[in-house]
Design a protein around this ligand. Sequence first.
Ligand SMILES: CC(C)(COP(=O)(O)OP(=O)(O)OC[C@H]1O[C@@H](n2cnc3c(N)ncnc32)[C@H](O)[C@@H]1OP(=O)(O)O)[C@@H](O)C(=O)NCCC(=O)NCCS
Length: 124
Amino acid sequence: MIERWIRRWDANGVGQFIVELDGTLIGRVGFLVWDAGTWETSTYDLAGAHAETELGWAILSPYWGRGYATEAAAAAREWIDRERIVSLIHPANVRSQRVAEKLGARIEKKVEMPAGPADVWVHP
Ligand SMILES: CC(C)(COP(=O)(O)OP(=O)(O)OC[C@H]1O[C@@H](n2cnc3c(N)ncnc32)[C@H](O)[C@@H]1OP(=O)(O)O)[C@@H](O)C(=O)NCCC(=O)NCCS
């Protein structure tokens, strides 16, 4: 997985960060590039005008509910220099929706991805 992340950093100049709490790895946050024509992961070069940059988050469950996903995602969003950032969230994932709301994102549309339905949240 880490090798794949490194390849994506090399291809896109953006990618996943790990989230640490006092030196302990508690999750990941960062960016994936999608081809919005197929909703498969891609690169800026291959996807061209169809490229979407997704900010995503995952925290290990013992650390849920303490604001870490929101804090880490806000830091990643500060870091990146892109006009349009989206988050793709399953309509039943209420925790993740709450993170998106706290970040000021709004649902733009619903899409069907290979793995199932997702709401496209657009960041301010
Ligand atoms: C989604 C996830 C990253 C949230 O991480 P987290 O560090 O707990 O997030 P935060 O603490 O910043 O915020 C979680 C919010 O969800 C709320 N929440 C938790 N359980 C909830 C529930 N059952 N219903 C509604 N809201 C809920 C919390 O109260 C909190 O909101 P608040 O600050 O207004 O109280 C974490 O649950 C996770 O890793 N899930 C598995 C991976 C995943 O789904 N990633 C996202 C894919 S789109």
